[in-house]
Design a protein around this ligand. Structure first.
Ligand code: APR
Ligand code: PHB
Length: 394
């Protein structure tokens, strides 16, 4: 079957769904092709910290009603190290708070809004392939639905298909440059119905490895442990997880920890990755398809949202005013923000993790950095303004 649309979007994660929503509100027709089922997409547990620019955009797009009802506003974070827990007053230092709301919930809200607006998403679309996006012709996608070949013709393709997606891999190798750092550890995450150990997130630096106590609500916690890349989830019973978490926390947080059965448990490797540019003719990459940050800075979703905002602006300008300016600037504009978030996420990762190859000199530097952070308002302000999110450029 042959179909056509103005913008063909690959991937129904937060990037693809939000782009589709912003375009449809501006009267631009779009179709989303997603490899998995909606249930599968909603089954993935991801991070949950939203910057104010992310919340503002969701608000303006009419997507934040449930978010305002169910989210938690946090004015600060704790950093635990050396047997104590210190507070970073994000709001006092930067003027802004952050919002705690699971990315899975954002995806759910976006899917509901898309269904309510009657917009088309083809789930379980397999074998998506990109054609004619770089040669000045009209681009199109081929794919299979229930085993039957399909074609989707379009003016533009948006590759919102995550790190393992097909879009970035369809670009000729000589047209793309990638920058990557992998880290010699992963994060073991557990979701459990137990109250958070503190009213705000606790990031812990400890000789046994990093730990994080985050939350989804006042009764549901999301906690992480730095683990070895060779670890498997089966090796980590719930008992072992909570005992190890307790051993890495400061005494006040440790005393508040109430172990509970895990609802979800998974291991994710840590990676920094950027692909440049983010535009190839009539193909645009957005979100994890173009870049990955380690989760320590809580930037992944927020960066996806800022990409999508810039891309939607460019596409709307193109269709409304026949102007190419926004699209021509998309890649440079998005990458500038991406690299600043990459820098911050890398710095937070380095500050708080134990690196297996770390010598005694590196360890001393890490301690000195934490000591400096808590003796300098300027250093705390720098952390705070990056954590709450840098302003979007005009
Ligand atoms: N064809 C169709 N869909 C695909 C294909 C493909 N070949 N490959 C991947 N996808 C789908 C995935 O199944 C997934 O649903 O693309 C979607 C990409 O979604 P995400 O990985 O969530 O990426 P993105 O929407 O950019 O979200 C960025 O999610 O991973 C986190 O940390 C990240 O918070 C950030 C946010
Ligand atoms: C989470 O809640 O899952 C979370 C919060 C902060 C991070 C990473 C993950 O830095």
């Amino acid at each position: 079957m042959q179909q056509s649309t103005q913008v063909a979007i690959i991937g129904a994660g937060p990037s693809g769904l939000l782009l589709g929503h912003l375009l449809a509100r501006a009267g631009i027709h779009n179709v989303i092709l997603e490899r998995h089922s909606a249930e599968h997409v909603l089954g993935r547990v991801r991070a949950g910290i939203l910057e104010r620019t992310t919340v503002d955009l969701l608000d303006q797009a009419g997507l934040a009603e449930r978010l305002h009802r169910e989210s938690l506003v946090h004015d600060g974070i704790y950093i635990a190290f050396d047997g104590q827990r210190q507070h970073i007053d994000l709001k006092g230092l930067s003027g802004h708070a952050v919002v705690v709301y699971g990315q899975t919930e954002i995806t759910r809200d976006l899917m509901s809004a898309r269904a309510a607006a009657g917009l088309v998403t083809h789930y379980e679309a397999s074998g998506v392939a990109l054609h004619d996006f770089q040669n000045g012709q009209k681009p199109w996608l081929s794919y299979l639905r229930q085993g039957k070949p399909q074609e989707l013709h379009c003016d533009f393709i948006a590759g919102c298909d995550g790190f393992h997606g097909v879009a970035r891999h369809s670009v000729p190798p000589d047209a793309i440059r990638t920058f990557e750092r992998t880290y010699p550890f992963g994060w073991l995450g557990v979701l459990a119905d137990t109250p958070p150990v503190a009213p705000e997130l606790v990031y812990a630096q400890h000789p046994r490895g990093f730990a994080l106590c985050s939350m989804r609500s006042k009764t549901r916690s999301r906690c992480y442990l730095q683990c070895s890349l060779t670890d498997s989830v089966e090796q980590w019973s719930d008992e072992l997880f909570w005992a190890e978490l307790r051993s890495r926390l400061d005494p006040v947080s440790a005393a508040a920890l109430q172990p509970a059965p895990s609802i979800e448990k998974s291991i994710a490797p840590l990676r920094s990755f950027v692909a440049e540019p983010m535009r190839f003719g009539k193909l645009f990459l957005a979100g994890d398809a173009a870049h990955i940050v380690p989760p320590t800075g809580a930037k992944g979703l927020n960066l996806a949202v800022s990409d999508v905002r810039y891309l939607a602006e460019g596409l709307i300008e193109h269709f409304r005013e026949r102007s190419r300016v926004g699209l021509d600037h998309y890649s440079a504009r998005a990458l500038r923000r991406v690299w600043r978030a990459e820098r911050f996420s890398w710095a937070m990762t380095r500050l708080l993790h134990s690196f297996p190859d770390q010598g005694s000199f590196d360890h001393k530097l890490q301690q000195a950095e934490l000591d400096y952070l808590f003796s300098s308002r300027a250093a705390q302000t720098a952390l705070a303004e990056n954590y709450v999110g840098l302003a979007l450029d005009a």
